[in-house]
Design a protein around this ligand. Structure first.
Ligand code: 5GP
Ligand code: MN
Length: 336
């Protein structure tokens, strides 16, 4: 493609209609990511940079966006769950939230700068994930645990890797920003990637909910705006069950497979392991119902309380919980 013919033209390979279909599908939670190659998804994300107004608002360079996305894609590992498709899912869910809330101005939702930071944070939030969790890093005393002193080892690494990517030749997405803007972007991006550590989830959610409940969530104040950005990325990070069951279900098998690999290593090394990660004993539908009830539905409910249009996404969550209940009921006693 030629720069200027937006690179997402790569998606066409044919009729104009198909490009229009992809653009339309990109803003919906039923987007079927598995129907696309990683290369095609790069161009779907590139389209989103245009569609969200980032290119115009910040004067981003088309070639840099594409080079950055390619470097990012190469920096995600081929692990069962925390791969480039997961990166895409979280980013695309943020895009769905932005599209749903497109009518909301800065007094009730995020401004274009904050959307950009949330979007880029979503892209980078699991970069170079090794497929082994923080608990493994700590128990196995890995180099990541040593570097980050057991504190959000993975999330610190993802964030550090993200800023290293910007320094790769031709990949500096942040080049157009002033020193002041860079400082603000980096401050918020670090905060957003670190809050994706589930160990930080409950405290961040409780603070947000309390502010909403007592009327002190004040979107003229930086602290409140930061909290809203955090809740958006937290919700999107764990949003597989916001998608139609046919798309959500394989992701539950993927996390089970990744955790199963980890527990096999933990058992072999004589390390402690978490029972919910043990593929030999876990009952996927039961585990997903618990995850939906305890974590996923509550964070989406927090977001809905402030971002009204997101309510449209709740039906899928409830339908998936029901589908898992049906699946669970169909298992033999031995399988449960
Ligand atoms: P991430 O590692 O993707 O940044 O953070 C999300 C974490 O939430 C995952 O590591 C995993 O622990 C949990 N999670 C996300 N989606 C699911 C899910 O569908 N089921 C379960 N059981 N856990 C999930
Ligand atoms: Mn993630």
């Amino acid at each position: 493609y030629a720069v200027g013919d937006h690179a997402y033209g790569m998606l066409t390979q044919g009729s104009e209609k198909k490009t229009e279909e992809v653009k339309d599908a990109a803003g919906r939670v039923d987007f079927d990511m598995f129907a696309y190659s990683k290369e095609q998804l790069v161009y779907v994300v590139e389209y989103m940079f245009h569609s969200l107004g980032f290119v115009d608002a910040f004067g981003l360079d088309e070639e840099v966006i594409v080079a950055f996305l390619h470097a990012l894609r190469e920096s995600y590992n081929n692990v069962p769950f925390h791969n480039f498709y997961h990166c895409f899912c979280v980013t695309q869910m943020a895009y769905c939230v932005f599209v749903a809330a497109a009518g909301e101005d800065e007094s009730v939702f995020l401004n274009v700068f904050e959307k950009f930071v949330v979007f880029v944070s979503a892209l980078c939030h699991d970069v170079d994930h090794p497929g082994f969790s923080n608990s493994y890093q700590i128990n196995a005393q890995t180099p990541l645990a040593m570097v980050y002193n057991d504190m959000s080892c993975l999330e610190n690494h993802h964030c550090s890797q993200a800023f290293a990517l910007f320094k790769q030749p031709g990949c500096n997405l942040l080049a157009p920003f002033s020193r002041e803007q860079y400082k603000e972007l980096r401050r918020l991006m670090v905060k957003l990637i670190l809050v994706t550590d589930l160990a930080n989830h409950s405290a961040a959610k409780a603070k947000f909910d309390a502010a909403v409940a007592d009327g002190t969530l004040d979107l003229t104040a930086r602290a409140s705006r930061d909290m809203l950005c955090q809740v958006v990325i937290m919700a999107c990070d764990i949003s597989n069950e916001v998608r139609p069951f046919a798309i959500a279900r394989p992701w539950a098998d993927r996390i089970t497979a990744e955790w199963g690999n980890q527990v096999a290593v933990e058992k072999a090394l004589g390390l402690p392991f978490l029972p919910f990660m043990d593929a030999e004993t876990v009952v996927v539908p039961k585990s997903q119902i618990g995850f939906i009830n305890d974590i996923l539905h509550p964070i989406w409910t927090s977001l809905m309380a402030v971002v009204e249009p997101v309510r449209a996404f709740e039906a899928n969550i409830l339908a998936n919980r029901e589908a898992y209940a049906v699946e669970l009921a169909s298992l033999t006693p031995a399988q449960k």
